[in-house]
Design a protein around this ligand. Sequence first.
Ligand code: HSE
Length: 324
Amino acid sequence: MRPVMIPEPILETRVFAPATVANVACGYDVLGFAIDSPGDEVVVRHSNKPGLRITTITGDHGKLPKDPEKNTAGVAALDFLRHLGMLDRGIEMEIHKKMPFGSGLGSSAASSVAGVYAVNRLIGEPLTKKQLLPFAMAGEASADGAWHADNVAPCLLGGIVFIRSNEELDIAQIPVPKNLWAAVVHPDIEILTKVAREILPQDIPLANATQQIGNLGGLLCGLIQEDYGLISRSIHDVIAEPRRQKLIPEFYKAKRAALSAGALGFSISGAGPSVFALCEGEQSARKVGDAIAKVFADVPLSHQIHVSQINPRGVHVIDEKINA
Ligand code: HSE
């Protein structure tokens, strides 16, 4: 008897995975949020040829490998298909990079999340977003060699995500105050996450640990209680920022400019070179973004400004072809 073929309802899907700000000053490797744009796009469709194939990559300046075993989005998708016992499934993937590498905007996390989310969607969503987290993590880890969910988790789920344990992937979404905005400015230099991690101390003085824990607790309470004063008093990083600031031209000048323009707080986005400020309201965020940008323009250093509310959606479908 011939097997009954059930037509696939989704023929092709295009997904968007947003940029993210990791660490959020005092939450090194344990706190991150998503912004509205930029973000990467991945398209997947069924294929008669067995296995996952990356057919097209744009926006990468020829830097990314098409071998799925070596590509962040490919590794995440393969890990997921392996888990389901579906490595033979014929799938074509296109990757459209819309943000720079080594930018501190969670570029590799976005590709990884987009890759696994798109394939999950194409095959009928056997797993929830949260269940996709370990596969997206594997994709990102293949790029920077480290295991931290502070870009991947907010990119996948949206909002502000706190990670109690990266090993156990024990995460919690934190409520977002209504009027919280971010100004993120990317100066056109590249910092490899690996390098920015290597310059951090392995041991930190107890006094610094105490201060950082106080600030992280304060920031979480401030977000939950919509207490902008507490948020502002808590956005300080005494561990990574003092070491990494030297990789970013005029970092402290940009920080002073942001705070004078009314930012609640300012620090490095992820491993840098992007910097971010949290602000109360859109108008304030635009003013702060312009003030930071002026510092980079004076260097002179080309840059891009991204002003955004905290993105509540994370990765999502932007276009789809359905079997009629
Ligand atoms: N938490 C990571 C770091 C983010 O700061 O190294 C890198 O994307």
